[in-house]
Design a protein around this ligand. Structure first.
Ligand code: T46
Length: 187
């Protein structure tokens, strides 16, 4: 039976699918709608994303899409290792502005489920790390939002040696205090 853990942020889950090993390696079901609905993950995933980051210390995020294209995500690391982070940006949430993080790697097979209403980002821990993740809505750049990775009011403890490698977009992302978050906590 796969291992499922709750995190400090209600709704953000860590899932470790069973791996069936033999002399060739292993087999695992990386996603099974019936099983995941049973975990309370009712997201209807419509798009799979895949990114490769060549260098250790590459940081992508913190990103989100707003309504009507808010995305829930199911993230896993297919090669290498990352430190994956979710931040609660739902106004009125008891955990607003709080974060949770976990090492996801090809070796540990752990997945993070991040509901809509959370910003998502990660930093790579190994070279040539690849993530693959399911999204519950399509890419809609006009609805994209971002938060500073090093926002002191969020205080994410990134496992970084030195400065991260960032996209030009992420270099200028706003802080939470400057974000008029469109997400409202609905209990
Ligand atoms: C997200 C996305 C991007 N693109 C294109 C747009 C750009 O030409 C190129 C790179 O996009 P971007 O720099 O936004 O990629 P990341 O920095 O990895 O962004 C992602 O990083 C964090 C971790 C996320 O959770 C989001 O899915 C996403 O924001 O891919 C697409 O064509 N479709 C898409 O769904």
């Amino acid at each position: 039976m796969m291992n499922v853990k709750k995190t400090d942020l209600v709704g953000v889950l860590l899932i470790e699918p069973d791996r069936f090993g033999d002399h060739r390696g292993f087999f695992a079901e990386a996603y099974n709608q019936r099983l995941y609905v049973g975990l309370g993950i009712h997201a209807n995933f419509v798009q799979d994303n895949h990114s490769l980051s060549a260098s250790v210390g590459t940081l992508r995020g913190l990103h989100f899409q707003v309504s009507p294209h808010a995305q829930a995500k199911l993230v896993r690391c297919g090669r290498g290792a990352i430190f994956d982070v979710a931040v609660d940006i739902r106004r009125g949430s008891p955990t607003y502005g709080q974060w949770t993080g976990c090492k996801l790697s090809a070796a540990n097979g752990v997945q993070m489920f991040i509901p809509a209403g959370f910003a998502h980002g990660f930093v790579t821990l190994q070279p040539d790390s690849e993530i693959v993740y399911k999204c519950s809505d399509y890419y809609a750049p006009e609805t994209e939002g971002a938060l500073r990775w090093d926002d002191p009011t969020i205080g994410i403890i990134w496992p970084l040696q030195g400065d991260p490698i960032l996209s030009s977009k992420d270099v200028v992302a706003p802080s939470l205090v400057d974000l008029d978050s469109p997400f409202i906590f609905e209990g």
